[in-house]
Design a protein around this ligand. Structure first.
Ligand code: SAM
Length: 249
């Protein structure tokens, strides 16, 4: 896949300007010149073949040559609601979630949670989303929502009627059975997974989930780190849809 660059929307039909990190990378690392061709995407689903028109200080002016319909989203909208782990593990989780096609990541505020991303951290994570999307070819950015308290979130999702799954080592449902069920029913159009903090869910949090119709699922006999559990769920959802409703690369 050729080098891809993120252009902040809205994008004019004929022209775009790259600024900030993207312009710096193209000018100083890739050393583009007027006339060179690159791919740009707007994070909202569109990508273009573009020609560099001018390289200026801090800015690269582009002429948009051709808009391409290239949807690399999977056919089911996956939300991962996670009591985020700390620092580098948080960044890793975000990067891999983008690659696995997760549509939305919701940082959860839980009773035993440790790391609540504040504004700066959320901006860094959103930058990671852009970088991962450039690399894996996604044209739609995974949303990183504002942190939400578990109780409010678990009730709100129930009202929307999405299929909802809480990962918990004491869960009675086995994730393998769930996967078989999804394969035969060809899945729901939206799935919401919740993964608790390193210290686990409290009884109160489990009770809220159960009373709002969440399915409590075990991921097997070993205790997984938060990010492993989250990515296992995202992989299961991706593997259940790959092959019949994913667009071809
Ligand atoms: N001692 C904690 C407990 O028993 O819940 C371990 C928490 S685990 C490190 C962090 C989160 O990952 C859990 O709250 C759960 O959402 C998910 N998780 C990890 N291993 C799991 C498993 N085997 N089955 C289901 N969920 C799991």
């Amino acid at each position: 896949m050729p080098d891809r660059y993120f252009v902040t929307p809205p994008v004019d039909a004929a022209r775009a300007v790259l600024r900030g990190d993207e312009a710096h990378h193209l000018a100083k690392v890739m050393r583009v010149k007027p006339g060179d061709e690159i791919i740009v995407f707007d994070g909202g689903g569109c990508e273009w073949l573009a020609r560099v028109a001018a390289v200026q200080r801090g800015e690269i002016a582009l002429e948009l040559l051709e808009q391409r319909e290239m949807d690399r989203e999977q056919g089911v909208a996956v939300t991962l609601a996670v009591a985020l782990p700390k620092s580098e593990r948080q960044r890793w989780l975000v990067e891999k979630s983008v690659e696995l096609g997760v549509q939305r990541l919701v940082p959860l505020i839980t009773d035993r949670g440790v790391a609540q991303p504040v504004d700066n951290a959320l901006s860094r994570l959103r930058r990671t989303v852009v970088e991962a999307s450039k690399q894996c070819g996604r044209n739609r950015l995974m949303e990183i929502a504002a942190p939400q308290p578990w109780t409010g979130f678990c009730a709100a999702v129930a009202v929307l009627g999405d299929r909802r799954v809480m990962a918990d080592p004491s869960g009675s449902e086995d994730v393998g059975n769930l996967l078989d069920g999804w394969r035969t029913s060809r899945l729901a159009s939206s799935l919401v997974f919740a993964v608790g903090p390193e210290g686990g869910w409290t009884e109160g949090e489990r009770h809220s989930a159960a009373s709002h119709g969440w399915q409590m699922v075990s991921l097997g006999p070993r205790i997984l780190r938060v990010e492993t559990a989250a990515l296992l769920l995202a992989s299961i959802a991706a593997s259940a849809v790959i092959g019949f409703n994913d667009p071809k690369p």
